[in-house]
Structure formats: C-alpha cells, structure tokens
Design a protein around this ligand. Sequence first.
Ligand code: DQQ
Length: 540
Amino acid sequence: AKASQPYRTSYHFQPPKNWMNDPNGPMYYKGVYHLFYQHNPYAAVAGNISWAHSISYNLIDWMHLDNAINPTKPYDINGCWSGSATILPGVKKPIILYTGDNFKNQQVQNLAVPKNMSDPLLREWVKSGRNPVMTPGNGIDPMMYRDPTTAWRGSDKIWRVIIGGQINGHGTAILYKSKDFVNWIRSKNPLHSSNKTGMWECPDFYPVSSRGKKGLDSSFKGRDTKHVLKASFGDHDYYVIGNYESKMDRYSADVDFMDSIVQLRYDYGMFYASKSFYDSHKKRRILWGWVTEADSKSDDINKGWSGIQSIPRTILLDKTGKQLVQWPIKELEKLRARQVSLHNIEIKGGTVFEISGITASQADVEVLFELPRFKDQIELMDTKSVDPQQLCSQKNASVRGVLGPFGLLVLASNDLTEQTAIFFRIFKGYDKFVVLMCSDQSRSSLKRDVDKKIFGAFVDVDPSQKISLRTLIDRSTVESFGGKGKACITARVYPELAIDNKSHLYAFNYGTRSVRISRLRAWSMKKAQIVEFHEGRKPL
Ligand code: DQQ
C-alpha cells in the first residue's frame, strides 16, 4: 500500500487494509457495539468474502478483532455473505443469520453463535451443526436468495425473518417463520414484492414511531407505529413506509417502491446495502451504510484499501409521516475540536468567501441559510416530473440562477481549480416553492479515471423558513444532510491539490439574489481511534 494516504478517512469506519463492502449484523450487546462487515482479508478488491468484526463503546472509536466467520464449510465455502444479528430474549444471546455461497454457488442461509458467552467481546463465533437452515427451492432462484434481516417475533411467539430475492423477475422479501430459530418454514406469501424492480439485496424491515423520538426494537408491537421496508437495488437503498399487520403478516406500503416520482432513498449519493439496528442502551435506531470508492480498481490496489462505512445515523420518522429523517449520531460531536462561527452574514449574488481557521480537509460544518423575500421572480420548474439528479447535473454549481446555487465549496484548492460544491436552488413548482439539494463532484479532482457524477435530491422544506445544511468532510468523503436530515447525499472525491492543509472551505452564492447565512459553525474534527486488537491492549 501507498505510504502517503491523502484519501484514507480519519473518522469514518474503515478496516486496517483491503476490501470492505456491506455492514453486517450490527448490534448492541451488554455494553458493547458490534459491527461486522463483508471483507476480503487478502486484497483491496472484492473476493474471499468473510465476516470481519470490530467493537466499540461509542460507535466512533473502534477496535478491530479477528474475523468472526470465514468460508470453511461446503455451505459457505464460496463466501460468507451478508446477514444480521438478532438478540434472543430470555436467554439474551445474540445469534447471526448469514448467507453462504455454497460449493455449487447456490445461496443458503446459516446460523452462527458466540463460542464463549463469557468473553465480553464475543470474539469467536461457531457455525451451527444444523446449517444450512434455509435453502432455495420451489420457485426460488438459488442465485437470488440472500441477506436475511434481523428476525422479529410476533405476539404468537413465532420468529419471522425476510430474505432478499427475485421471483418471476420481481424484487421480493421472502418470508420465513420459526418457533426455535433453527427450523424455518417458508410462508406461502412473501412479505412484499414489486413488479417494478428486480432483485432485492439486503432488505431491512423495522417499526418506527409516529410519535416521539425513540427508536423501536424490531419486535416492538404497539400503537402509533409504521413499518419501514428497505431494499437495495440499482445501486441505491430505497425504502417505503407502510403498515404491518403481524397476525396475517401483511404489509402494505403507503406509496410503493417506484410508484411515484418521489422514490425515497436513504441517501441520494453513494450509500448501499445498509443495515439498521436497535440500540437498546440509548433507545434509538441506527443505520449503517456502505460507501464505495469512486476511483478505479487500480487506484484501490495502489491505496491498499477500498470502501468505508457511513457515519452511523439515527433514523426517525419525519413528522409528516411521509419520509424518514437521518442524523449523524450524537457521539460524533466528541471529535469536534477548534470551532469557527459566523452570524448573520449576507452573501451577495456571485460571491465566494473563505471560512478559515479550521482543518478544511477534516471538518464538520453546519449552516443555516435565510432567503430574502421572494415571490414569482424565480425559475419555474415542473418538479413533479423531473429527476433531481438530472436537474443537478444540468444546473451544476457553475450555472447561475436567481435563488441559488448557494452553499459550500469543500475540499477546494485555493484557486478553486478543485472543489466539491454542496448547494441549494429554489424553484417555483406547481403549487409550492421547491428546494433542490445538489452535491457536485464534477470539479472535485484533476485526476482522470474517477467517477465525478453529480448527485441531487429534493428537500421537503419550506424555503420561506431557514434551510439547514450539515456537511461532514473527511479527506475523501463528503457526507451531507439537508433540511435537518430530510435529504442525505454522500460522495467520494479524490482531490490532487486540495489535500491535507492545502484544502480550503468556502461559502458561495452564484444566484443573482443575495442570501444570508444566519448562522454557520464549523469544527476541525479529530481523528477517531480505530485500532487493532491485541491481547493486553487496554480497552478504548
Ligand atoms: N453483498 C453481499 C451480498 C449482498 C451484496 C456479498 C450487496 O450478500 O447481496 O458481499 O452489496
């Protein structure tokens, strides 16, 4: 691996080296957070997939342990693929369900449990003698049958789990039930399916509260809850919100997958194969997602690593009930160091100014924008039929409008040759004003062979109120939250000039009208402690 590592992140989770993809089996168990992940122990490219394992006490500082599950058996010899952990009540023991790619390259589902319950870190895991516990058959394509969710238990005490699949060409959440977690019976009907999508990878299914700010355990039953179903396909994590009726195991989505132009995604940038878990300690639901690289395979081999995890996010149902809101976990704030603040500053149309005094390559920035009064002078847009990503690509950061683009230029070189722009634009839609959020990577690096695709999303906020933006900058990662977490966009960038202390942060407004920053706070971020375990190392 390269000695100089300008792109290695400082506070996003990464293995010491080599390939990482999906987060697996996240859980909180007896004071310890566990994260497993898809890992190639031998190279910075996909292959030899095993379950690597790390632990933490705060979800920010991590200790890497030995792999928890390796491909060793006929039923998983071609890879130990994604899966989830469930904490069995009563005995209070965690159990993992994962997909094995077997000796015939068929996908089957397997169990693993901790070898030694008195080890607080649960370092060793053993596979069940009953594996595989679920196998394809009866209309299931053995190549499209994977990624079991955390199980949930109905009032009938029966466990349920869904497996991602494709049946008759349709994305499907295949449902299984079990009394003892070992003998699983496939239900006649899937929990849900869609004829508008293909294969569903890494499904997730969980309740969210329509009142209050607490997360819910996967088995929670009670009033004022909705259920979220997430599926990963076409490079994105899409979700629907709906009602789950556990007696009949019927799920109905309020607005189904791909049914409207509003296709809800956790993140409108790079974020895939995510998984959530219920943190019983802090009563919240936390989401992890895999953020892949946007550079080339040979760059990855050269760097010696590929893939990071998003900052864990708390997920709640928005008060409209129509979407989720996500926010970086509170614990991240402990890494905030030097702070700069600005109040009530006007940014005239066509201007840029530098926000100095912090390490711009490693920062947490929160801004509140306030717009002047406006009515009809702004651009009309048929926002009901336009794809926000396309809109951001056509109207990138250099295209001037009336209200917008305004926002931040991050990981920018001092002459702005390199810059990643996260910004808003306001349009007049049919019946209301619409806020577009973009993350423009097109000028992020002088390097070729890097995917510089632009990302975009509509943010369901009223632009006559203040518009908030939080951006986490971490060397090659730009993770942005618009409208207090109503729209998230994660991007990977590889500047050549704007690295380390040559990296700058700016605020800009290329609209013709001026806008105000009613408040801006930016912090230098410390490095998280992400270390390798060895006997005798003192706990974090
Ligand atoms: N990654 C795993 C599969 C899953 C895919 C293999 C999603 O289980 O479907 O590494 O990224």
